[in-house]
Design a protein. Structure first.
Length: 158
């Protein structure tokens, strides 16, 4: 198949029939998608329909890192946070990945807020440090303030 649209449709069919699903095949085929939209759609469905294991999470994050669109990257990471068991380790990986891939202050702030909603960043020292570092990298004072206030409250930073 040459078209990303048709590849995406094929992957969508596979994901609708989990009893016949080969997640490895889906991920392997997803690597060939050049369209951010089709790759993001596939990854959000994968995160929503599957309980990903350690290696699968790594493959998922590698694919997500291929996304050029900040919007698509953000929605894929939000789906991962929403539908998978959000451990401190997963949250740390998502923040590192987001900091490397997102140029938009808004998208990074939205993702940091989602991380804090799913798992309180103050409960894990390494996660808290990464969260703070990512928040401080935000150029927008408004976004930085929202992100810091969500995790630490006004005037409550350590």
């Amino acid at each position: 198949l040459e078209s990303d649209y048709y590849k995406g449709e094929m992957l969508n069919l596979l994901l609708r029939n989990p009893e016949h699903l080969s997640l490895d095949l889906v991920m392997k085929t997803a690597k060939t998608l050049e369209s951010d939209y089709e790759l993001a759609e596939t990854l959000t469905k994968v995160s929503r329909e599957n309980n990903l294991t350690g290696n699968q999470v790594e493959d998922f994050l590698k694919l997500a890192n291929q996304l050029d669109s900040d919007y698509d990257f953000g929605r894929v990471m939000e789906s991962l946070l929403k539908h998978q068991d959000t451990t401190p380790a997963l949250a740390r990986r998502i923040i590192v990945s987001a900091k490397e891939n997102l140029d938009s202050d808004y998208e990074l702030a939205q993702l940091l807020l989602r991380v804090n909603k799913e798992i309180h960043v103050r409960d894990d020292a390494r996660l808290e440090e990464l969260y703070l570092h990512a928040a401080q990298s935000l150029g927008s004072e408004w976004e930085r303030g929202r992100v810091l206030d969500a995790a630490f409250g006004k005037g409550k930073m350590r």
